[in-house]
Design a protein around this ligand. Structure first.
Ligand SMILES: Cc1cc2nc3c(=O)[nH]c(=O)nc-3n(C[C@H](O)[C@H](O)[C@H](O)COP(=O)(O)O)c2cc1C
Length: 231
């Protein structure tokens, strides 16, 4: 081996189990938790969650996120009413329990019904907002309406938030149905035009169990060198 040849890689020397104990087990334990206890979430935990969020990467490290934490009753009630109405219009999930289909419904749908009935009782609803910007190279002449919020930067931040909630034993569910009442939402909470709400995450201690996700293996979604080639 010459002086310029790096030594062969020993993967174990690159791993840091102290920093990431059991990461690969925990990453599959972050499912959407829609049934939450109304008990308050301590302020220090909210800070920890948001600090985890802002560790995310963003283009040129611009950190284009802002957080709006809905905690008071009128704010949560306003959001919950609009969210429920949007779910009803979009998916036919009636907010009136007496008008709901008596047909057997799946687990996720039952959880969604629970969420729309109890959203106003969640201890907090976190709105994660992104600064609006045109994607790279959209010419000014082709711009119509407002620029989209910077989704690419907000989603890594959101995933950190979901992981932090799980690490603290809190339940959380990523939701995007506010897009249906986006304008009213921004007007109601005085969100300036430069920002758009990307996700709304109700957060609280879970009523049921936190648990594993159900996903297809990555290999079923992966190709090598050419689309469709699995090896
Ligand atoms: C981009 C995106 C939008 C979502 N929007 C909603 C939503 O509006 N309401 C909701 O109840 N769940 C929403 N979810 C949560 C998904 O329904 C949930 O993650 C998925 O069904 C898998 O369930 P699990 O995470 O519990 O395994 C959203 C998830 C993503 C990634």
């Amino acid at each position: 081996m010459t002086a310029s040849t790096p030594p062969p890689i020993d993967p174990s020397l690159h791993q840091n189990p102290e920093l990431f104990p059991d990461f690969f087990r925990h990453v599959g334990q972050v499912r959407a938790i829609r049934r939450l206890r109304p008990d308050p979430v301590p302020g220090e935990m909210i800070e920890q969650i948001l600090e985890a969020g802002v560790q995310a990467p963003s283009g040129q490290n611009q950190q284009p996120w802002k957080f709006l934490v809905l905690q008071d009753k009128p704010s949560k009630r306003w959001f919950a009413d609009h969210y429920g109405a949007a779910m009803e219009n979009r998916f036919g999930l009636s907010r009136d329990p007496s008008k709901r289909s008596t047909k057997k419904i799946g687990r996720q749908l039952r959880a969604m019904f629970y969420q729309i009935d109890h959203l106003h009782e969640a201890p907090l609803i976190l709105l994660v907002c992104g600064e609006r910007d045109w994607p790279f190279k959209v010419p000014e002449s082709e711009r119509v309406g407002l620029a989209p919020p910077n989704y690419g930067a907000i989603y890594p931040c959101v995933q950190n938030i979901l992981l932090a909630c799980r690490a603290l034993g809190l339940g959380a569910a990523l939701t995007t149905m506010h897009q249906v009442f986006d304008e009213a939402l921004s007007a109601h909470f005085s969100i300036p035009q430069e920002y758009g709400v990307v996700v709304a995450i109700p957060i609280g201690f879970p009523l049921g169990r936190l648990g594993p996700v159900t996903r297809e293996p990555a290999k079923d979604h992966t190709f090598f060198n050419r689309w469709g080639a699995q090896e």
